[in-house]
Design a protein around this ligand. Structure first.
Ligand code: AMP
Length: 303
């Protein structure tokens, strides 16, 4: 099944206690598409400027990603600079330069509009709605959001939440959106705003999902080798949506969702093992499935 992702394609600078990495490939849509590409051929919608390095473009072209929706324009690519705290779970944004992404009004190529699956990566809720308007009959739409939109565009965010099937967000965003500190209660309240699937990412503490009346939790895949968490959330979403779209949506049951979230956890765990997107470059489908199997064994509870 085809999967469209709309979001940022960026040039990032990242500081961690282990080192600094300047001008590396980033962006929510980039990380998502690179992960989803292990499951299905994602169709990417985004914008970059004439400062976007050739080797970044070659990296994208070298993967199984449809780039018909990536426009290259005169101007600056979106740039983000973040610094991680020593715990590698929290970070501060030091600088954001929106460049062309600030005024980006995505126009979906005709071949994208028929897609069954859509991921609206982090972006303004008004833009997310405008993208949704262009889709013909998507069967599954998920969105991601962040504190910025919760604080500055809450009404627009609630309007788009009412139109999507699912949302992925982290625990602090779930708290900010609902005012509730308990993650389960927050997820249920978000479910009441419209999305039938609510997936709350909890960094190294895993993920919690609400699907209708069902709730489940998954730990993170245990890894000690955390080099750079940038893009872990988008990689998680890419693995999850990639798995759902590959499996087909006709009988989207609880087990399919559980497996998809598990793939998300596994893809996120790979992402953190290298700077920016680099760990995904050496990854294979069999390595992904091997880790999923290890994860499944790991969480089996004798009872
Ligand atoms: P994650 O670590 O999953 O939250 O994703 C981080 C990626 O999102 C980085 O590569 C950034 O380029 C990108 N990013 C950061 N802030 C924004 C924003 N306001 N809008 C869109 N993308 C962003």
């Amino acid at each position: 099944m085809s999967l469209v992702v709309v979001g940022s394609v960026a040039i990032d600078s990242i500081d961690t206690i282990h080192g600094s990495h300047h001008n590396v490939l980033g962006g929510s849509a980039t990380h998502f598409a690179l992960a989803a590409g292990f499951f299905t051929q994602p169709k990417l919608v985004g914008v970059v400027g004439d400062d976007f390095p050739d080797d970044f473009m070659e990296t994208l072209k070298g993967r199984d990603i449809d780039l018909a929706g990536l426009s290259v324009e005169k101007g600056q690519t979106f740039r983000w600079h973040g610094r991680y705290h020593a715990d590698m779970n929290n970070r501060d944004t030091l600088d954001v330069q929106l460049g062309l992404f600030g005024d980006f009004k995505p126009v979906l190529p005709a071949s994208y509009r028929k897609a069954e699956c859509l991921f609206l990566a982090n972006g303004s809720p008004a833009t997310q709605s405008a993208v949704l308007d262009q889709m013909e009959k998507p069967k599954l739409v998920f969105l991601d959001t962040m504190d910025l939109w919760i604080n500055t565009a809450l009404n627009d965010l609630k309007a788009v939440l009412a139109r999507v099937d699912g949302v992925v967000l982290n625990d602090s965003e779930a708290q900010a959106l609902t005012g509730l500190h308990n993650t389960v209660a927050a997820a249920r309240k978000i479910h009441d705003l419209g999305p039938r699937f609510v997936v709350v990412k909890k960094g190294e503490h895993g993920a919690l999902a609400v699907a209708g009346d069902d709730v489940f939790v998954l730990p993170a895949f245990p890894t000690e080798n955390v080099v750079d968490p940038t893009g872990a959330g988008d990689t998680f979403a890419g693995g999850m949506l990639g798995s759902l779209c590959r499996d087909g949506l006709d009988s989207l049951d609880f087990n399919k969702l559980r497996r998809a979230v598990s793939y998300g956890v596994v893809m996120g765990s790979f992402n953190v093992e290298g700077v920016a997107h680099t760990r995904l470059m050496s990854l294979t489908r069999s390595a992904i499935d091997q880790r999923l199997r290890a994860f499944a064994n790991h969480i089996e509870i004798p009872f």
